[in-house]
Design a protein around this ligand. Structure first.
Ligand code: ACO
Length: 367
């Protein structure tokens, strides 16, 4: 018997950008856009980032995976880095024109997932290895093998630069990776859940999510944020530069958000990290002055839309201050967010329901 169509489900009016549509039930994270609050599994982001290492935040998010201690999850991540290093030779022989991001996708596609490690750990542990190795390969340097005695953030910086980082650099990277761990049903997480809902492999869902993250309206913004800071160059240029950009209908990278109608709390968590590293980087002060000018200009030019600083603005400034090249910003975002993607896919797969919305056909009718 054919099921009677449900008129409530048959609306022909698509909701632009699915804005306001609730498409999943989750216990992983909640974004309160009116009040500027981000909760990760019952904890405010301010009570995690800067206070716990990346692995502990992942353990908190992945309660279902049953890691009962910080050392247990750290050891599993360390083992995953070593497994991933076995794939690095593939990156060395790949076409030179591939970006670091594409190298990471290539490494992930080739990553062996058979063994004792949970797939989520194997994937999330591998991404820092591919990122560091790819960066070195593209600079004509030898990839550096992981050190299983180190935590993820420290080892990532060591594999990138060839020397052990100072504690403040490692702390800043930990703070960053925790800050961006998970964030509701953003575009890449939704992509991961859609792929996961087909019961595809976790790896395929993470590869697809990486594709969604790469765009400048999502995770691709921090590189352009730094380009903007460089183009402005001096605080006294900020007003004119920003006013002209807005007059050309350009978007200011690092500002605005689909959900937040106030300040993105992650921007302040990262800004606080800058204070802690006591950076003497002249870009930091310039960035703060640009932020003030941008907020004033956005209020003037877009009075109908509350637009404030988002996570990407201080991501760019913080990562630059600890010496991370701008070509690595989006790859690093993927490295931290992969833990959130995996958690969402596993949660989605528990419901077993395929995500399959409808579209409103406006094409020609058949003769
Ligand atoms: N600069 C200038 N104007 C903006 C900006 C911005 N950064 N963001 C939004 N607006 C304006 C739009 O021009 C539009 O104005 P209009 O009503 O006069 O046409 C209005 O605000 C609404 O824009 P939408 O595109 O409908 O808003 P949406 O919620 O879809 O956009 C987005 C969110 C894509 C993040 C947007 O704010 C943007 O493009 N920001 C810049 C890129 C960026 O920083 N991305 C990182 C986001 S954080 C993350 O994904 C991790």
């Amino acid at each position: 018997m054919t099921e009677a169509p449900n008129p409530a489900k048959m609306s022909q009016d698509p909701i632009a950008g699915l804005e306001g549509v609730v498409a999943a039930t989750t216990c992983l994270s909640n974004v309160d856009g009116q009040n500027g609050v981000l909760v990760i599994r019952g904890k405010k982001i301010e009570d995690l980032a800067g206070l716990v290492p990346f692995e502990e935040a992942v353990r908190h998010l992945w309660q279902d995976l049953g890691f009962n201690s910080l050392s247990a999850i750290k050891n599993s991540f360390a083992e995953a880095r070593q497994v991933a290093f076995g794939v690095v030779s593939l990156l060395e022989s790949s076409p030179a024109e591939l970006s670091i991001y594409e190298h990471m996708q290539l490494g992930l596609a080739a990553l062996p997932l058979k063994g004792d490690l949970p797939e989520a750990i194997a994937i999330c542990g591998a991404l820092p290895v591919f990122l560091a190795a790819s960066h070195r390969i593209s600079n004509g340097l030898q990839p550096i093998a992981p050190d299983p005695s180190l935590d993820t953030a420290t080892d990532l910086l060591r594999m990138l630069n060839g020397t052990l980082p100072g504690a403040s650099e490692a702390d800043a990277l930990n703070r960053y990776l925790v800050t961006i761990l998970d964030h509701g049903l953003n575009a890449s997480t939704f992509t991961a859940r859609v792929i996961g809902s087909t019961q595809a492999d976790l790896k395929q869902a993470v590869l697809g999510a990486m594709g969604a993250l790469s765009g400048p309206l999502h995770g691709g913004a921090p590189g352009p944020v730094l380009d903007m800071i460089d183009a402005i160059g001096r605080p006294e240029n900020a007003d004119d530069w920003i006013t002209e950009a807005l007059a050309r209908k350009e978007r200011l990278m690092g500002f605005g958000h689909r959900i937040y109608r106030t300040r993105d709390p992650r921007a302040d968590v990262l800004k606080a990290g800058l204070k802690l590293i006591g950076s003497s980087n002249p870009k930091v002060q310039l960035a703060e002055e640009i932020e003030t000018a941008a907020l004033a200009a956005l209020r003037r030019v877009k009075p109908h839309r509350p637009l404030d600083t988002n996570v990407e603005f201080y991501t760019a400034v913080l990562l630059d201050a600890i010496g991370i090249d701008r070509s690595l910003f989006t790859p690093l975002f993927a490295t931290g967010r992969a833990a959130g993607w995996c958690a969402h896919v596993l949660e989605q797969q528990k419901t077993g329901k395929l995500i399959r919305p409808s579209s409103h056909y406006v094409g020609p009718k058949p003769e």
